[in-house]
Design a protein around this ligand. Structure first.
Ligand code: MLT
Ligand code: ZN
Length: 447
């Protein structure tokens, strides 16, 4: 289903549901039509900003009747073009569903509207935290993080977003509301549709609220950046840390290439010089000593105060911006089995340049998850040659073309590299069961 213009009559019907002020058209839609990287620029005939689940249901009912496709959007921090109207869809912004319930102390859970930012969820209780930590937490929303099954820098300890979700409320494409928010830890009463909605990229239903499990807030945090010779050493060190540091929370890789760009364009001061780096963070008793043993006699920068830790984390957390200083990047988020991560990280730059010799490549990522973010700033036309090369290499290592960002618009073409024909056919049947008319994010994932 393709989008385009919508009639004045339909716009008036939308306005009767969400109010005139929340039906945006023309220039007011611009910020909702382009993604964070600037690579995906679409056009939205309208942006609708409902205030609650009932309004989402009514709006979707109207869209389905009119046969108008819809792209649900949270904080618009996605990196694969899955939340922008690339084909003239209406944008359904969930930003106003921003009610955060009281923390349930007994269960250490909270119910958050889809538009609540991850930072607000994390701050809901001073003794608790959200297990998912991503750099865009101030803008990224609970609904968006569920739709993409967001990962981040603490997956090795707490898992990705799916592992934090105890239930959801969602609206199906025909306006039906389904809700399962009791937060039961054990609940074998049929299909786990909340789990299925995690990572569904807005194709199955619109998540309007979620019951989120919080974790004890880690205390006594210590952050170190260790200077290393290359990816092989980073992998070895991360493996050792996973086995010997009980309080380990993060093991993050980046390189001199990215840090140099951040030093030049963002004023970051590198804490030490080396070809590659591993940032390790741990908490709890013995964390300093445990990390010191892992670092051994390698060059290391240590942060124990909030200010020092923030300074060290900036070296890693600002990496998503680095390639953007050089051009409009392709964000290729891939994962491989642990045994192949060092080869992936060592060779992927040359693989990308075999397709485009002038390409600039900045890689960083979550070593312990087998995950690498390969940011490519093309010199040649971005016509798929970079993805062919990088994803082909990843597939040859038995890996995935999306570790945590999703398939979106960027990767739909390469899904057969990661999923068999039988799996894709099953996806299509699941999708048809949820959204038979194909109005929800029709150009993301296969139909
Ligand atoms: C990260 O790990 O920094 C995020 O996934 C964002 C990115 O890959 O740029
Ligand atoms: Zn990441």
């Amino acid at each position: 289903m393709t989008g385009g213009e919508v009639s004045g009559a339909l716009l008036r019907e939308f306005a009767s549901v969400v109010g005139d002020a929340h039906v945006l058209t023309g220039d007011a839609t611009a910020g909702y039509a382009v993604d964070w990287t600037g690579r995906f620029r679409g056009h939205a005939p309208a942006v609708l900003r409902p205030a609650g689940t009932g309004e989402v249901a009514a709006v979707l009912g109207l869209c389905r009747e009119a046969g108008v496709p819809v792209v649900p959007q949270g904080g618009n921090t996605g990196l694969v073009g899955g939340g922008v109207p690339n084909h003239g869809e209406i944008v359904l912004s969930l930003a106003r569903l921003d009610r955060l319930g009281p923390v349930d102390d007994d269960a250490a859970q909270v119910t958050a509207g889809a538009g609540v930012t991850l930072q607000r969820v994390a701050d809901a209780d001073p003794g608790l935290d959200l297990g998912v930590l991503i750099a865009s937490r101030g803008s990224a929303t609970a609904g968006g993080a569920i739709a993409t099954n967001a990962g981040g820098v603490r997956v090795l300890r707490y898992g990705s977003m799916r592992a934090q979700v105890r239930g959801v409320e969602a609206v199906l494409a025909d306006g039906t509301v389904v809700s399962h928010l009791a937060g039961l830890v054990k609940d074998n009463t049929g299909y786990d549709y909340p789990g299925l909605l995690c990572g569904s990229e807005g194709t199955l239903a619109v998540v309007t609220a979620a019951r989120i499990q919080l974790v004890p807030r880690p205390a006594g945090l210590v952050t170190v950046i260790v200077g290393l010779g290359g990816p092989g050493e980073a992998h070895e060190l991360a493996r050792e840390a996973l086995r010997t540091v009980p309080g380990l929370l993060s093991a993050e890789y980046f390189t001199r290439a990215g840090l140099d760009v951040l030093a030049e364009h963002a004023g970051l001061v590198p804490p030490l010089q080396a070809p590659a780096f591993l940032l390790l963070e741990a908490g709890g008793p013995g964390a300093v000593e445990d990390l010191a043993v892992v670092a051994g006699d390698r060059p290391v920068a240590v942060g124990t105060t909030a200010a020092d830790r923030a300074r060290l984390w900036a070296c890693r957390e600002r990496h998503p911006e680095a390639a953007g200083f050089l051009g409009v990047p392709l964000k290729l988020d891939v994962s491989v089995p642990a045994a192949h991560w060092a080869r992936l990280a060592s060779e992927v730059g040359a693989v990308a340049r075999s397709a485009d010799p002038g390409a600039q490549v900045i890689s960083y990522g979550h070593v312990a998850d087998g995950n690498l973010h390969v940011n490519v700033v093309p010199a040649a036309e971005a016509d798929g040659r970079h993805e062919d090369a990088v994803f082909g290499f990843v597939a040859s290592l038995g890996g995935s073309i999306s570790a945590e960002h999703g398939i979106g618009a960027l990767k739909a073409r390469w899904l057969p590299l990661a999923r068999s024909a039988q799996e894709r056919a099953l996806f299509a049947r699941i999708r048809a069961a949820f959204d038979p008319d194909g109005i929800l994010n029709p150009h993301v994932l296969p139909r």
